[in-house]
Ligand binder design. Structure first.
Ligand SMILES: Nc1nc2c(ncn2[C@@H]2O[C@H](COP(=O)(O)OP(=O)(O)OP(=O)(O)O)[C@@H](O)[C@H]2O)c(=O)[nH]1
Ligand SMILES: [Mg+2]
Length: 260
């Protein structure tokens, strides 16, 4: 084991969830991360005041940080900014999770344990035995599972859940895959990160999780995000390949953001 575990929480209009999700994640990581942990909220100027609530929490707890970004720009760019900051601060493990309780914070411990046990990237997976989705109707299940199957076949990967956003990266994995050059925004962002890690020969492990629908707040999912993922898959397979895995690419541009 080496280094702090950093959980990055992207938020856009999560005022009803932010306090509870940060608290729950902190409780889990305090036990699961023996070398210390941080929770980094990356808020895209949420009009509902999520950023202000997170800012107050950062003043009260030294393990909470907030990156305030000026405008809504998609989950992908928010994660890239969070990864950059956490790496600069020396993170040893970098975790992704939704801030709407669709991912159970208790599962952070199992994702981190998988990487402590030797995985280079642990994926929370709905489509391996023991995993699943609650609350979803048949149509939503078919679309999601069909999307993962489509991506898996076109990309020629063994990974069952390619679109999920509940992950734990070992620092060296993220550094090697040139994450800074990933340009996609929604689900496509998740597919691309995992694809790059598998192609680079890293050990990717799927940890079963049960995904729940959000109880509070509204979805940011759109047809545009789904279409982006459909397009990306053949482009990843047959388009120009990223440079071979080696070291961190310098950021092409820095977005406007302030740290708290
Ligand atoms: N910073 C930032 N966070 C975002 C953005 N879009 C979505 N998020 C966050 O990313 C996470 C996942 O987004 P959701 O709205 O739950 O989208 P989803 O999970 O695809 O859709 P649901 O099925 O409704 O849950 C949540 O924590 C959102 O607040 C964005 O543009 N910027
Ligand atoms: Mg969600």
């Amino acid at each position: 084991m080496s280094g702090e575990a950093w959980l990055i929480l992207p938020t856009y209009n999560e005022a009803e969830n932010i306090e509870a999700i940060v608290g729950a994640a902190g409780d889990v990581l305090a036990r699961a991360a023996p070398e210390g942990f941080r929770v980094l909220v990356v808020d895209d100027g949420s009009p509902d005041g999520t950023g202000a609530i997170a800012g107050r929490m950062a003043c009260e707890r030294d393990w909470v940080r907030v990156l305030h970004r000026s405008e809504k720009n998609g989950i992908g760019p928010a994660y890239l900014a969070g990864f950059r900051h956490a790496l600069e601060e020396g993170a040893g493990y970098l975790m992704e999770m939704d801030s709407d309780f669709s991912h159970d914070p208790a599962d952070l411990a199992r994702l981190l344990a998988a990487v402590h046990d030797g995985a280079d990237l642990a994926l929370g997976s709905r489509y391996v035995p023991g995993g699943g989705v609650s609350d979803w109707g048949l149509l939503r299940r078919l679309i999601s599972e069909g999307g993962s199957t489509y991506a898996r076949i076109v990309l020629g990967l063994g990974v069952r859940d390619l679109t999920g956003g509940f992950k734990c990266f070992r620092r060296s994995t993220l550094e090697a895959i040139h994450f800074d050059s990933v340009r996609s925004h929604g689900y496509a962002f998740q597919v691309e990160l995992t694809y790059r890690a598998v192609r680079a020969g890293f050990r990717v492990v799927e940890v079963p999780i049960v995904f729940r629908d959000r109880q509070h707040g509204t979805s940011k999912m759109s047809w545009r995000i789904a279409a982006e993922a459909m397009w990306l898959v053949p482009r990843l397979r047959y388009g120009r390949q990223p440079p071979p895995a080696s070291r961190v690419t310098p950021p092409a541009e820095r977005e406007v953001s302030t740290l708290q």
